[in-house]
Write a protein that binds this ligand. Structure first.
Ligand SMILES: [Zn+2]
Length: 397
């Protein structure tokens, strides 16, 4: 997810992260004479409040939030009142401003500065921003907890079983020993997923927050569920598994590699996606892999092409040079090698040459596809096969 710049906030450096320690989630926290509380209106706001009876006059109150987005701290000045020594501070934080995704955890504390000059911090506290629009049920397995609110138990168990299989295979593939349990939230409608997520692109059907071990998937229960599961579950879990490869994190993994590995892991790849690639290749409108090192395009159609290209290129690398080299490439990126330099290092070819090789590998397929779809091919095949067919038919008379 992209990181926005909020002009009203003060961004504070990573070093202040050390001020936080994770403590159990709670909506209300009794501190040194203060009571801190959070109330939520899902999709709209979190209201943070602090009340107490301080023994001295308060000059200034700040709320310090650590957001789940990496490296982001928010410090907000909070208005307060003091009546007969009863102190009260309250602030609304809009969900869209915080770019909070459902089930994320926000860590926060209050900093109170007194008129006399002293400062006091409340203990760091966690708030779990749950999607409370639905009544969630849970199926638990060794590596996954599947949460769902629509459909039957068999639907959730099918997702859990597939997840276990993907994670087990992924652990072997990526050489992972101990990995955390992942929380998977199944939305019955894509709209339910998107409504809780400010600025979500309309095409999103699944999303992983690997640092938080959370994934959210839109899988409508019913006859089409198996097909959607086969695409979304391996795709999003692969993003999470790739993140777990030491050193943990995405660091500078190129988008084309991350998405390519995820699509490659899917049980099936839609013909529409492959068609997008074929059309773009024929019309010489492929995307620049250099751009795909860092980001996906904005346009929905081009996003599909980006997925298709990434998948095809990564598949080409795996089939031509083997999975081991592909994992070496991932390791190189994890250790900070630049996008184009990583390719050069592992494949001993520059990025442009490798792309040309890949493109060359597409041409015969295009030719075969084009040949198969022309009526003249079938007519020629029929004429070739007709005499033997007639002859075989004659023998059995
Ligand atoms: Zn993806």
């Amino acid at each position: 997810m992209k990181n926005s710049v909020f002009s009203l906030f003060i961004w504070v450096a990573l070093s202040i992260w050390a001020l936080f320690t994770t403590v159990p989630s709670a909506t209300a926290q009794q501190t040194t004479g203060y009571t801190s509380q959070v109330n939520q209106v899902f999709g709209e706001k979190l209201t943070f409040s602090l009340t107490g009876m301080p023994s001295q006059a308060v000059q200034q109150v700040q709320l310090v939030l650590r957001l789940p987005s990496e490296s982001i701290l928010v410090v907000e000045m909070v208005p307060f009142t003091e009546n007969n020594k009863r102190f009260s501070a309250k602030v609304d934080m809009e969900i869209s401003r915080l770019e909070l995704l459902p089930f994320s955890v926000v860590e926060y504390y209050w900093q109170i500065q007194y008129v006399a000059g002293e400062k006091e911090n409340t203990p760091p506290t966690s708030y779990h921003y749950a999607d409370d629009r639905f009544t969630w049920q849970t199926v638990e397995r060794q590596q996954v907890r599947v949460h769902w609110y629509a459909g039957d138990l068999a639907y959730a168990e099918q997702v859990a079983q597939l997840s276990e299989q993907v994670i087990h295979e992924g652990k072997v593939e990526y050489g992972l020993d101990e990995i955390p349990v992942i929380e998977m939230y199944l939305y019955a409608r894509q709209g339910d997923l998107l409504n809780g997520w400010a600025d979500a692109p309309a095409w999103v059907a699944g999303h992983a927050s690997p640092a938080q071990n959370i994934t959210r998937l839109a899988i409508p229960p019913g006859s089409g569920a198996s097909l959607i599961m086969g695409e979304l579950v391996p795709h999003e879990l692969t993003h999470w598994l790739v993140y777990q490869v030491p050193p943990v994190g995405y660091r500078d993994i190129p988008v084309w590699l991350n998405e390519g590995l995820a699509v490659l892991a899917q049980k099936q790849v839609s013909t529409q996606l492959l068609g997008t690639l074929q059309t773009a290749a024929e019309q010489n409108q492929l995307l620049s892999f250099e751009d795909l090192c860092t980001h996906l395009p904005q346009d929905e159609h081009l996003v599909q092409l980006a997925y298709a290209q990434s998948y095809s290129f990564v598949r080409y690398l795996a089939e031509t040079y083997g999975r081991e080299k592909l994992l070496n490439l991932l390791a190189a990126y994890k250790n900070g090698v630049h996008c184009t330099a990583g390719v050069q290092k592992i494949y001993q070819k520059d990025f442009t040459t490798l792309q040309a090789d890949w493109l060359g590998s597409l041409v015969p397929q295009n030719f075969i596809l084009a040949t198969l779809t022309t009526p003249y091919f079938w007519l020629a095949l029929l004429l070739l096969l007709l005499p033997p067919l007639v002859w075989v038919g004659a023998r059995h008379k």
